[in-house]
Design a protein around this ligand. Structure first.
Ligand code: FEO
Length: 172
């Protein structure tokens, strides 16, 4: 059975992952308004990944005998200055999420909750990829600042991204 402190912290993380999905859905709609459908597709996949993260945590908490208490999801930002600005938001947000995951690991260690620590390692690894993906797009868009043609090529490339649930789609 999971401890009360850990239960509360994981509930907060379910909310944070759902907020991430909400934020990325908002960015998707911004890209749609610009007719950048490939960029929008990339954000849709990112939204699906965040929902996967939220549900992975939700299932784990239940498996450990915890109680899910869903809270209000904060409204996300709705406007950006440019696609670069939007991807800077993604990058900054992923860095914040990495900090949240690290705090959860610290708490699991403090609470001697080895099972939760082990469960969270999947998220630690996932965050390395999440940050790298966002950073790469920020860098590419910076290079394209004076070459708008590149943006349309990138849009076509990002249209190829598909959501693939990780093989270990269970609760561990
Ligand atoms: Fe759930 Fe993008 O981290």
């Amino acid at each position: 059975m999971i401890g009360k402190k850990m239960e509360k912290a994981l509930n907060e993380q379910v909310n944070a992952e759902m907020y991430s999905a909400y934020l990325y859905l908002s960015i998707e709609s911004y890209f749609k308004s610009l007719n950048l459908n490939g960029f929008a597709n990339w954000m849709r996949v990112q939204t699906q990944e965040e929902m996967f993260h939220a549900m992975k945590m939700y299932d784990y908490l239940i498996e450990r005998g915890g109680r899910i208490l869903l809270k209000k999801i904060e409204g996300p930002q709705t406007e950006w200055k440019s696609p670069l600005d939007a991807f800077k938001t993604v990058s900054k947000h992923e860095q914040k999420v990495t900090g949240l995951i690290n705090n959860l690991v610290d708490l699991a260690i403090e609470e001697k909750d080895h099972a939760t620590n082990s469960f969270l390692q999947w998220f630690v690894t996932e965050q390395v990829e999440e940050e790298a993906n966002a950073d790469e797009l920020v860098k590419q868009l910076k290079l394209m600042e004076n070459a708008p043609g590149g943006m349309f090529m990138l849009d076509r490339e990002l249209a190829q991204r598909v959501f693939t649930p990780p093989a270990s789609a269970g609760t561990a």
